[in-house]
Design a protein around this ligand. Structure first.
Ligand SMILES: [Zn+2]
Ligand SMILES: [Zn+2]
Length: 283
């Protein structure tokens, strides 16, 4: 399978000339199954989802979206993507349930007047609003496992997605310093690719703790402990410029091959991870 990073920022989009090379869209990752040309699974629906039509040609999206949590930067692109908002689209949206509220109603808390012009039912196509899986299930042919992880403000999930081709884990917002259950360690153990929160650095430890995020240094250590094939530093701070991201690993010695997420990056999953294969850039 292949991952295409459509949005790699956290918190807010980051427009402007200092954010061109790594991109300014918030979290969204498209998953293309082995042997297919187009994605059938999306991780989150930040503003990066607006670029989804570039992977689909003129066609609609037909597949599933797994939300890690409901913070704005992970859902705000949803009603602004033509590929999912058209009559011939089919979308299963999986939402982390909480507070005894249905998936649809959780989404409607921010997606309804007066916060937004339409309610979830206003999206065109065939939509289903579903709870995120509580146990390993098959979604779009992938084996999906979701585990609750520590973040801040509401329930957040980390995901492991596997197929015969390989596996990846997706934890865009995660505060390992608040504690990690064995189930979280199992989730990331030995995956081919780990996309993980790297919003802050150790020099910004107080901010990381205040907002419930990880630092680059602890993410790198975590990836080493888990023996992942490749680490992708993800969910960059919206004030981290291109030049700063170029040097984000200075003084850090990652024990596994590590790349800094960049919008448009394509990452093969389940091929040799000897560090030689460089991810290609989407043109
Ligand atoms: Zn976030
Ligand atoms: Zn968050």
């Amino acid at each position: 399978m292949e991952l295409v990073l459509l949005g790699v920022r956290g918190s807010t989009p980051a427009p402007g000339p200092d954010y061109v090379r790594y991109g300014g869209h918030t979290s969204c990752v498209a998953v293309i199954p082995t042997g297919e040309a187009t994605p059938t699974l999306l991780m989150d629906a930040g503003t990066g989802i607006r670029s989804l039509p570039s992977l689909l040609g003129s066609g609609p999206f037909r597949g599933s979206i797994l939300l890690s949590h409901l913070h704005w930067d992970h859902v705000e692109g949803l009603p602004f993507c033509r590929a999912v908002d058209r009559d011939d689209a089919r979308v299963d949206l999986h939402v982390p349930e909480q507070d005894g509220v249905s998936a649809r109603d959780l989404l409607a808390r921010t997606m309804s007047p007066p916060s937004f012009p339409i309610e979830p039912e206003g999206l065109l196509g065939r939509w289903r609003f579903l709870p995120a899986p509580e146990r390993p299930v098959s979604i779009e042919g992938f084996e999906v496992t979701a585990v609750e992880i520590n973040h801040k403000g509401g329930r957040a999930l980390g995901y492991r997605v596997a197929s015969a081709a390989g596996s990846f884990a997706y934890l865009p917002d995660h505060a390992p310093s608040r504690g990690m259950a064995p189930s979280v360690r199992n989730l990331i153990e030995g995956v081919d690719v780990l996309l993980h929160d790297a919003q802050f650095t150790e020099t910004e430890r107080r901010l990381a703790d205040d907002y419930g995020h990880a630092t680059v240094e602890e993410t790198v250590a975590l990836a080493g402990e888990a023996g992942v094939g490749r680490l992708v530093l993800f969910h960059h701070s919206p004030v981290r410029t291109d030049d700063q991201l170029d040097h984000i690993l200075d003084g850090v010695d990652p024990p596994v091959p590590t790349v800094v997420a960049r919008e448009g990056m394509r990452l093969p999953v389940g091929v040799a991870h000897d560090g030689a294969a460089q991810p290609a850039l989407l043109t």
